[in-house]
Design a binder for this molecule. Structure first.
Ligand code: FES
Ligand SMILES: [Fe+2]
Length: 357
């Protein structure tokens, strides 16, 4: 499994980590426990007690500390053992790995790489869950497939025409026209017009509009998409260029709707997918039709899990990209570059030091 480690991965919804209830997770194959201290701050450790490797997620929160409930070792919030029942001396190395963890945008983000390099500015600017002008819906799916396949599904939306022909029922433009895609430092930016088609899956949305979609996908697997509606003919009048946000139908200065999604590798062959959808309130009426969205996402899951099974039984078989796969190719190139940079930093750090004369 090739994934960037120096990145923020979404583990769960923030409200799922309740005080007094440590939660176990597995990210990039690593067992993790996430818990809240007395001040409700998040703490994340490896989920493996220093003593006999029992899961700390079966432990007990005690104010600023977490106790393993097998034989009672007590850990402070830095992961150091501060109490061994019946034993005075605590070895210096009695500790577990602590992971940087942050609550933001309603999600829990964990940094899986070198803690020294954890940089909050690398959390993708997901936003959305607290936008009061929007009706926001949430969802989650766990996949029996590697996260890379889910990322690649989200990076290439021509599949919507075929795979989602019974749910989103998008016109064939999605498959025939290519979006403009630009490479960013840690992701891609993509934009496109869909002429004379409103967003399906939103109750009350006008079907006779030109829709402008703007799309970002960040390492390790965060998608931010927004859309706005314009009078039919706008896309042609602008020759496919980016529109002025203030000229969107309804006079919104912001976006008419958005979706934010996160894909997290749990193990080599399992992934977690969290998503929110927001639709601009129109007289309290506008809401996403989650039955359509749930149906579409179930279609993705069926296809991707079947794809995974084929991959597993076809060792050596390779993907052959088409021109529609440009976003996938660019994104995977960014991932490869970051993974190589991490590997070279590790090998530099472990290289023997030269003794100067
Ligand atoms: S395994 Fe945790 S205290 Fe023994
Ligand atoms: Fe899809």
């Amino acid at each position: 499994m090739t994934y960037v480690h120096n990145a923020w991965y979404v583990t769960s919804w923030a409200h799922e980590i309740r005080p007094e209830h440590p939660v176990g997770a597995r990210i990039l194959n690593q067992p993790i426990v996430i818990w809240r201290n007395a001040a409700r701050e998040l703490v994340a450790f490896e989920d493996r007690c220093f003593h006999r490797l029992a899961p700390l997620s079966l432990g007990r929160c005690e104010g600023e500390s977490l106790r393993c409930m097998y034989h009672g070792l007590l850990y402070d919030r830095t992961g150091h053992v501060i109490e061994i029942p019946g034993q005075e001396r605590i070895p210096n190395n009695a500790r577990v790995r602590r992971y940087p963890v942050i609550e933001r945008y309603g999600w829990v983000w964990i940094w899986m790489g070198d803690a020294e390099q954890a940089d909050e500015r690398l959390i993708p600017p997901v936003g959305g869950s607290d936008y009061s002008d929007y009706v926001v819906a949430h969802g989650q799916l766990d996949y029996a497939a590697e996260a890379r396949l889910v990322n690649e599904n989200l990076l290439e939306l021509s599949h919507a025409v075929f795979l989602h022909s019974d749910s989103f029922r998008y016109g064939e433009t999605w498959a025939l026209d290519r979006p403009k895609i630009m490479e960013q430092e840690r992701g891609i930016f993509s934009e496109r017009w869909i002429k004379n088609q409103g967003l399906l899956g939103v109750k009350g949305a006008d079907p006779s509009v030109d829709t402008y979609f703007c799309y970002e996908f960040y390492v390790p697997g965060a998608l931010l998409m927004t859309y706005r509606s314009y009078p039919v003919g706008t896309a042609d009048a602008l020759n496919g260029q980016r529109p002025d946000p203030t000229e969107a139908i309804g006079g919104f200065t912001g976006d008419e709707g958005f979706t934010r999604q996160a894909v997290t590798p749990l193990t080599d062959k399992t992934a977690r997918y969290l998503y929110i959808h927001g639709a601009r309130r129109r007289g309290g009426e506008t809401v996403y039709d989650m039955t359509v969205i749930d149906k579409a996402f179930a279609e993705d899951k069926v296809m991707i899990e079947a794809q995974q099974r084929n991959i597993d039984t076809s060792p050596g078989a390779r993907f052959v990209p088409t021109s529609a796969d440009r976003g996938i190719v660019l994104f995977n190139r960014i991932v490869d570059r970051l993974v190589r940079a991490e590997a070279s930093r590790v090998s530099e750090a472990s290289a023997p030091h030269r003794i100067e004369d």
